[in-house]
Structures are given as C-alpha cells and as structure tokens.
Design a protein around this ligand. Structure first.
Ligand SMILES: *Cc1c(COP(=O)(O)O)cnc(C)c1O
Length: 403
C-alpha cells in the first residue's frame, strides 16, 4: 500500500506461497524441462501446457482419430465449437449458452464481428478505436474502414469515447485490458455509453479471459472476441472464440460464409443459408487438435474458479509492485501499470530507458519476461502457474542485472 513499507523478505514469499489456495494447480502443468529457466513471467503471451492436454492429444490421435477415423466427426467433433464455447461462456465470460463459439484466430474473429456490427448499423459511417489498441485490432479497423468506405475516429484512452461517439458511430473496438499497461476499461460503462449513442461495441478480451471475471450478458455486450493461448493455456495457435449476444442472432451475418456456418452443412445446398444462432459465425472445418487445449484449459479454470484466479492475480500484482518499489524504482524503473488493484489486469509493466537491452539480458539469464516497445518490461502473472517465490527470484535477478 502507498506510504507503507511492505514486507518483501524471503519469509514473506514463503508465507504467501504456503497460503496460496491455487498452489496445487501448478502440479497440473507439464514441468518446465529447461533447467535454465529461473522464472516464467510471460504466460500472458503463451500459457504453459497442461499435463491433461498432452495426454488428451495422444489419446485423440490414437483412438478418436486413429481408431474411429471419419466417424469421430459425427460422434464428437462437429459440435465441439459450441460445446466448448458454452463452457467457456459459463466459466469465464458471464455468457449464457448459445452465444459463444470457438473458431479461427482472434484476428479473423475480430474481422467477422466488426463486419457484423457495421452491417447492423446501416447509414452510420464511423468506427472508433484507441491508438494504444493491439496492432491486429488497429489494422483490422483500418482495413474494414477502407473496405466499406468508413472513417476511423482515433481515441487516446477510454475517457475519449464520450467525445467521439454519436449518430455516425457504427462500432467501437476496444480491449478490455490494455496489453501494454494492464489498465482495465469499464466494459459495462463503455457499452452503456455507446448504446446510448446508438452504436455497437466489439470487445477484445485477449488479456482478460481466464484472468479476470467478465460479465458479458450482464453488461448487455454486443460482440466479443479473445484468444485461448494466453491465460487459458490452450497452446500455440489454439483457436480463438467469439461471442454474439442472443439479441443480435436473428439479424447478424458475417462475411466468411463457409459451409460450417450454413444451416445444412452436409446438404450441399446450391445457396448459403446461415445456421440459426451462433453457429453461423463458423466458416470452415473446426481445428479439432487445437480445441483439445481449449477444452482442458477451460476445465482447469472451472475447477480453480475465476474469482480465486482473479484474487491471486491481484495478490501477485501487489507483490510485484512492492518488490519493484523497494528494488527497482531506485534504479530508474517506473511503474506503468495502475496501482489501484481494481484498475489493473493480470500483469505489471515496468518502464526503463534501457528496457530493450535489459530484456535481452534477462531472457538470456532465464528470466522470461517480455519487452514491449518502446521501453516496457512486462511481468506476466498467471495465477495457475506463477508462484510468489518465483516472482521474488525474478525481481531479484532484474535488480542484479540492471544495477
Ligand atoms: C494476443 C492478442 C491478440 C492476438 O490475435 P491473434 O489473431 O490470436 O494473433 C489480439 N488482440 C489482443 C489484445 C491480444 O493481446
């Protein structure tokens, strides 16, 4: 807490680990086989693999694929996108069944939902996004604007939403948690404001899903997308998800009208007729191998509970801030993330003028953080795998290597 000197002793790290209700979940992950890794603080870019995923993948290749062969499509695979989507919606998104589906990458899901949103607001010719948004979001907003002849209104921070939205706003694209600073945007308040102006919102949940509770239905959200390979540990390139609120189901369409989103996939119809409900968001054949990791990641999160995950993320964030204040601020680091627990997501970003070089040195020394241009060192905190002593060890190395 501000103004107080926090206890950052090794004993305190030990105490925090001993009291950690989620500590046992670490055993559910594949041990880090590289002995050179001192600490893994980049789980918000790529979560660690679950043992269950490794087992399930082998089982799938040997039996579902190797034994049941083509019959597995009918027996289990075809409905996985909505089955896993429903469970993800229940466990992490505050979404009732039938609104969430696993598909594609976040980028493709963003394209689909943004095009849907614009089509639902005919006559409106402006898109709104933040200059600090993740590159793929900014690039897609620009390309959809170019494709449809719309204008992009750029904002700098969510406080600007009120100033730029109005009768011309078709859709606003924002991230719930900022990928650089971890600042949380008030999803419900921004959604309400944009709705008052008659526009729709597409939320990017990449840095929130599996880290902080999201309440999409309660917020009357329109569209949301997110990836599964960060806090959900689904694996490199595992498919993304998209959410479309049920009140849009009758009217919404999407531009990649493949057979998997058609009403009768195997009817080989002459014309595309969209499937009812969220299924129409699909395009091609679902990525079954990649979905195994999503299924296991969501199942583990269900066991841990998103509220406990969030509570530990907050505690880990405080721990990083206490260590940074004691050891790193005196060395010229500054804290770029909000200090208010309620405004900070699942990572802490520190700034340092020499961050790029320092990040390289840290990674060479087994402290796996990530560098974010121009001067950010991002300390990613994955509550199911990150420990307090691990964080202390990493911060101690940063102090040593930066000193
Ligand atoms: C990681 C991330 C993405 C990634 O998009 P992909 O299509 O999965 O590569 C998109 N948006 C945000 C905010 C992210 O953090």
């Amino acid at each position: 807490m501000a103004g107080m000197t926090a206890d950052i002793s090794p004993g305190e790290a030990e105490r925090l680990d001993a009291e950690d209700e989620l500590a046992a979940f670490r055993e559910r992950f594949v041990p880090i086989s590289d002995p050179g890794v001192v600490a893994y603080l980049d789980g918000n870019s790529l979560g660690r693999p679950l043992r269950a995923t490794a087992d399930r993948l082998q089982e799938l290749v040997a039996h579902e694929w190797g034994g049941r062969l083509i019959r597995s499509w009918e027996e289990r695979w075809l409905t996985l996108p909505e089955e896993i989507g429903d469970e993800l919606g229940r466990v992490a998104l505050g979404a009732a069944p039938g609104q969430t589906i696993v598909a594609d990458s976040t980028s493709v899901c963003l394209y689909k939902t943004l095009r849907s949103a614009v089509a639902l607001r005919p006559g409106r010719d402006e898109l709104v996004t933040d200059t600090a948004n993740f590159p793929t979001d900014r690039f897609l907003v620009e390309s959809v604007a170019a494709e449809l002849g719309l204008t992009v209104r750029w904002i700098e921070g969510d406080a600007d939403v009120a100033a730029v939205t109005g009768p011309r706003t078709a859709a606003v694209v924002l991230s719930h948690v900022d990928y650089r600073t971890a600042a949380i945007t008030d999803l419900a308040a921004v959604t309400r404001l944009v709705h008052e102006r008659g526009g729709l919102v597409v939320w990017d949940l990449c840095h929130s899903v599996g880290s902080i509770p999201v309440e999409l239905d309660a917020a009357e959200a329109d569209f949301a997308v997110g990836c599964t390979y960060k806090f959900l540990n689904a694996g490199p390139g595992a498919p993304a998800f998209l959410y479309v609120n049920a009140r849009h189901h009758e009217a919404f369409g999407q531009p990649i009208t493949g057979w998997m989103g058609a009403a009768d996939t195997f009817g080989m119809a002459a014309q595309y007729v969209p499937a009812p409900g969220i299924r129409r968001a699909l395009s091609g054949t679902p990525p079954v191998l990649g979905m195994v990791g999503v299924q296991e990641g969501v199942a583990l999160l269900a066991e841990a509970g998103i509220d406990r995950v969030r509570a530990k993320a907050v505690a880990l964030g405080r721990w990083v801030l206490a260590l940074a204040d004691a050891w790193l601020v005196p060395l010229g680091f500054t804290v770029a993330s909000p200090r208010d627990d309620d405004r900070r997501g699942g990572h802490v970003t520190l700034r340092h003028p020499d961050a790029e070089r320092l990040s390289r040195v840290l990674i060479e020394n087994g402290v796996l953080i990530d560098f974010r241009r121009p001067d950010g060192i991002r300390i990613g905190l994955s509550p199911l795998t990150t420990g307090f002593a691990e964080v202390r060890r990493a911060m101690d190395r940063i102090r040593e290597l930066a000193g």
